[in-house]
Design a binder for this molecule. Structure first.
Ligand SMILES: [Zn+2]
Length: 410
């Protein structure tokens, strides 16, 4: 994932108030935004790996104040603090160790190669993480890739098939990176980390020549599901921007793109959009397509309390039986689970299949991240899966390790 250095941007679309809260919609500029969800004292970086428990507990903290734009349907964290986020080599976001995710990622790359005829083309990725997707595009279509991401670690690609055509630039994105006019420009799981959404998309659009018809592909978490199902685990500080297909389409259209496709994928968790630079400006209506969302937002606080009570009860019941409780998945969802429910002290360990995370500590609560193999000795009574899409994969792993326990999925 990653973002642009916002210090280079102006605040043409949002008014920043004295206490740092942004009240005007960063997506459409409207002043009609309402506060509907607040969490205080949360870690500002939920993907950073900490070497010691003390460092993890003393991590930097911030607040979440979600506002809903009644005009365009955009949702954002008005208390987001860019200066408290870190996207360095310590940022460990890869999901590549999961066979379920790897399959999805490979299929997505194959779909892009097929639909956009990406064969021996120039492809670019903003927020490329460790470069896995560019390597797939290189392997599947002999494409040449450039990836821009301040947390890129070019050395991790050494010796990987197809990586010889991929260049990773460990920098924040700037329009000059587009000077070569790529055939395909993608940006996955990054826009949600950018507060000035309109500025960002306009910056990209400004770098593209409309005659080249560069295909632009973005993927973000889908916010209708989060609000509808009160998926509090998907709300965390560094996700400052939340889109539904209507607000995402509006953003692209008003920034000078013609949208060719939107879709919801990966068990309704991801929203994708495809667009090309429009030759003529469009005048989209921000109110198109977001009428149900206002109602869901209005009922969110009460529904969320009920949902949180349910999860507190699940954990308390297990502890009452003397069971060891383990969370499976140590990423942002687990950070949110541990800091939102007030039951962190009842969770004993966190496990993850990414070996880079083992023996590190969870931001905020300092839980130790153990390897799944260690569960044989830990003998959990309850494993809570942080992402339902991995249920089958995790159940199979538990069986293989020889652990018999209750498995609950968020
Ligand atoms: Zn708006």
């Amino acid at each position: 994932m990653n973002l642009i250095d916002n210090s280079t941007l102006t605040h043409s679309h949002s008014e920043i108030e004295d206490d740092g809260e942004v009240f005007a919609c960063p997506n459409c500029g409207s002043g009609g935004t309402v506060l509907f969800h607040e969490v205080h004292n949360v870690p500002t970086n939920s993907c950073i790996l900490f070497e010691t428990r003390a460092e993890a507990i003393n991590c930097s903290r911030g607040a979440i104040a979600l506002r809903f734009c009644e005009e365009c349907g955009f949702i954002y964290n008005a208390s987001f603090r860019q200066d408290l986020t870190e996207y360095s080599g310590r940022y460990e976001e890869t999901q590549g160790f999961s066979p379920t995710f790897s399959r999805f990622h490979r299929n997505l790359a194959a779909e892009m190669v097929e639909r956009h005829d990406l064969k021996e083309r120039e492809v670019m990725e903003i927020g490329c993480g460790k470069g896995e997707f560019l390597v797939l595009l290189s392997q599947l279509g002999e494409n040449r890739g450039i990836g821009v991401d301040p947390s890129a670690l070019p050395e991790r690609l050494e010796g990987v098939e197809g990586a010889e055509r991929v260049t990773l630039i460990p920098e924040y994105f700037e329009p000059r990176h587009c000077d070569e006019q790529p055939d395909f420009l993608c940006c996955k799981m990054t826009l949600e980390h950018i507060p000035e959404t309109a500025n960002f998309i306009e910056t990209i659009r400004a770098g593209l020549d409309p005659d080249k018809k560069t295909v632009v592909f973005f993927q973000v978490p889908e916010a209708d599901r989060i609000i509808r199902h009160c998926a509090f685990e998907d709300i965390y500080h560094e996700h400052c921007s939340y889109f539904t297909s209507a607000s995402l389409q509006y953003l692209f259209e008003q920034s000078g793109f013609e949208v060719t496709r939107t879709a919801v994928e990966y068990d309704d968790q991801y929203l994708t959009i495809e667009a090309v630079p429009a030759s003529e400006p469009l005048l989209p209506n921000p109110r198109d397509g977001n009428s149900d969302l206002a109602e869901l937002v209005a009922s969110f606080p009460a529904r969320l309390e009920e949902h949180k009570l349910h999860w507190r009860h699940v954990v308390e019941q297990a502890k009452a039986k003397g069971q060891t409780v383990v969370l499976w998945g140590s990423g942002s969802k687990a950070v949110s689970f541990l800091t939102s429910l007030g039951i962190a002290g009842m969770v004993d360990f966190v496990t993850d299949i990414n070996p880079n995370r083992h023996n590190h500590f969870m931001p905020g609560t300092g839980h130790l991240i153990v390897s799944p193999d260690q569960l044989a000795e830990i003998e959990p009574g309850l494993v809570i899966v942080m992402n339902r899409i991995y249920e089958d994969e995790i159940t199979a792993s538990l069986e293989q390790i020889g652990v018999e326990c209750v498995v609950e999925c968020l």
